[in-house]
Design a protein around this ligand. Structure first.
Ligand code: ADP
Ligand code: ADP
Length: 542
């Protein structure tokens, strides 16, 4: 436990080094006597994008409900909510004052993008175009739909769209509103890197176009870095209390978060720091081949999508990162390896056992989490299973819940646990980062890596979070081509070559933060961008 504040800490929050000043004061809101308490609020600013970075369950939605004037904050006094005057008094001279005054004048309209876009078709039936037209207060839907690439699906029903398409529909439906304050709860799940960058650009453009303010929760740190003018960090104990810090510069805030230590707050949010290598890691050569596949071809019929794959070898104990745009054949390749699809040319060793976690997790049977996991392995509860799977994936608190009641992030963790618990030669995980917060991404990365190493297993991980891909992979399998038309997969490559190929296709280069070596997206056409493209170093330096 924490030696410094354990006497004073009212929450037994063992990771807090010193009781932060905020916790000495009254919370902004407390739901009930022994209920969740929120300390601090984010401060939306006109013409700016403000980010929030922190775990799920820490009060972000509570904060937004207050800022949207849906929830009267009670300053911790259960019963009568205090008048706005008391709240205004508390925040005089802070970044939040102008915003609170606007709420007080009933002068704030709010547009919101929900976190779980998969639920959209349940709530709104019918055609995509009809939903978007109802939201189109600014008359921009057609242009935005074209820019994010969903124009071709506007006449389809919502329940026929993929997760990536729903994500873009939800984004446009929110940005098309004529509001003062926009709240976007994650913009990147299911989008590829190009689509993530376009989404970030649209959010920025709307902020810069006038006096609207944008508040964004985002766990893809490369995108958050690109997107936000400033950020608030959020920390605490999920379900118990949450603290939202005063604003920090985006760069400083992300660096502190990765370091696991918030400097001005004197709070440790993690035991270890997350570090990035500026050099490409050494290529792992030790493991014996698990899969040796020949050149493969697969098409879905005359004139439809076609994929060609170069022959390759995947080794025991390695994690192979799989990167490329959406609609380029990554899942098709996964299904060829899994034996769920037969190739048109080339043949595969059908004796290989493959455990597969699809991109869209559908585990909605009425069943307890533990019962579900026991249908996959007898190891549930064993010490190895607990250490290697349950702990890093934080399953303990949700083992008794019913599958349909899980949140998106919980469902993702259960699906990853189910995939890794199966006894297989090859583990295929499609977008494990979706809906996980930064802490969970790091823990999941560690769990997958450790699992592959300890079990001489091999993992293929498709993901679009470039930090996660970097931290996770020994080598890269790069897909390119024309989405929905034709795709091509090269051989598995060492990290440096793979990143260079992948990012050259995207025309994106990364520089390094001078203090912590964190990769940051270069501004297109900047001097570094031009130099790096010329020398062919898109990601790793030196
Ligand atoms: P986040 O958006 O960061 O995931 P929320 O603001 O939704 O977090 O929730 C923070 C905590 O507050 C959760 O533990 C949640 O159970 C609790 N909470 C949310 N709404 C209520 C409510 N109306 N009454 C009691 N507790 C609530
Ligand atoms: P990725 O995983 O890279 O997003 P996919 O392998 O899922 O790509 O899909 C590649 C292309 O093949 C997409 O255009 C998709 O619409 C199409 N496709 C996928 N499955 C089928 C199918 N069963 N029949 C016809 N087309 C399909």
């Amino acid at each position: 436990t924490c030696g410094i504040c354990v006497d004073r800490c009212p929450f037994d929050a063992i990771q807090i080094v010193n009781l932060p000043q905020e916790l000495d004061e009254a919370p902004i809101h407390r739901y009930g006597e022994n209920s969740f308490a929120l300390y601090g609020l984010p401060a939306p600013r006109d013409g700016q994008v403000t980010g929030i970075l922190g775990p799920n369950g820490i009060g972000k939605t509570t904060a937004v409900r207050i800022l949207a004037d849906e929830l009267q904050p009670n300053l911790g006094q259960i019963g009568d909510p205090p008048a706005w005057d008391a709240i205004l008094d508390e925040h005089r001279g802070t970044a939040l004052q102008p915003y609170l005054e606007a709420i007080d004048d009933e002068d704030v309209s709010v547009a919101r993008k929900p976190q779980y876009v998969d639920k959209l078709p349940d709530r709104y039936g019918g055609r995509t175009r009809d939903l978007l037209e109802r939201a189109d207060e600014r008359g921009v839907v057609d242009e935005l739909a074209r820019r994010v690439g969903i124009a071709p699906v506007l006449d389809q029903d919502l329940d026929t769209l993929s997760g990536g398409e729903l994500q873009r529909v939800a984004l446009i439906a929110t940005l098309a509103r004529d509001a003062d304050f926009y709240f976007l709860d994650e913009i990147t799940p299911y989008l590829d890197i190009g689509q993530r960058m376009t989404a970030a650009r649209l959010v920025r453009e709307l902020a810069e176009s006038g006096d609207r303010s944008m508040l964004v929760v985002e766990h893809d740190l490369a995108i958050l870095d690109l997107l936000a003018d400033g950020i608030h960090l959020a920390y605490g104990q999920p379900g118990v209390f949450g603290v939202i810090t005063p604003p920090k510069s985006t760069k400083q805030g992300i660096n502190e978060y990765l370091a696991g230590y918030l400097e001005s707050e004197n709070v440790r949010v993690r035991d270890s720091e997350i570090t990035f290598e500026t050099h490409a890691p050494r290529t792992l050569t030790g493991g014996k081949p698990v899969v040796e596949y020949p050149a493969l071809e697969k098409s879905y019929g005359e004139g439809e999508f076609g994929l060609s794959v170069e022959a390759g070898t995947i080794h025991e104990g390695e994690v192979l990162g799989v990167v490329g745009p959406n609609g380029i054949g990554k899942s098709t390749f996964a299904q060829l390896l899994a034996g769920r699809l037969a190739p048109d040319a080339g043949s595969l060793d059908a004796s290989l056992d493959i455990s597969y976690k699809p991109q869209y997790v559908e585990i909605d049977r009425q069943m307890r989490v533990e019962t579900f996991l026991r249908t996959i392995t007898d190891d549930v509860g064993s010490s190895y299973w607990t250490t290697e799977i349950a702990q890093p994936l934080q399953l303990d608190p949700i083992m008794d819940q019913q599958l349909p009641d899980l949140s998106g992030g919980e469902r993702q963790r259960v699906a990853i646990a189910a995939c890794l618990s199966d006894d297989a030669d090859l583990y295929l995980l499609d977008e494990p980062s979706a809906h996980l917060d930064v802490e969970q991404r790091v823990r999941t990365t560690t769990a997958i890596r450790r699992y592959a190493e300890n079990h001489d297993a091999t993992a293929l991980v498709i993901d679009h979070d470039i930090y996660m891909v970097d931290l996770l992979s020994d080598r890269l399998l790069v897909f390119d081509g024309e989405p929905a038309e034709h795709g091509h997969a090269s051989q598995p490559q060492p990290m440096r070559e793979g990143m260079n190929d992948f990012l050259a296709n995207l025309d994106v280069t990364f520089r390094r933060d001078e203090r912590v070596g964190r990769p940051r997206i270069n501004k297109p056409g900047s001097q570094l961008d031009r130099e790096q493209k010329q020398s062919g170093e898109y990601y790793y330096s030196e």
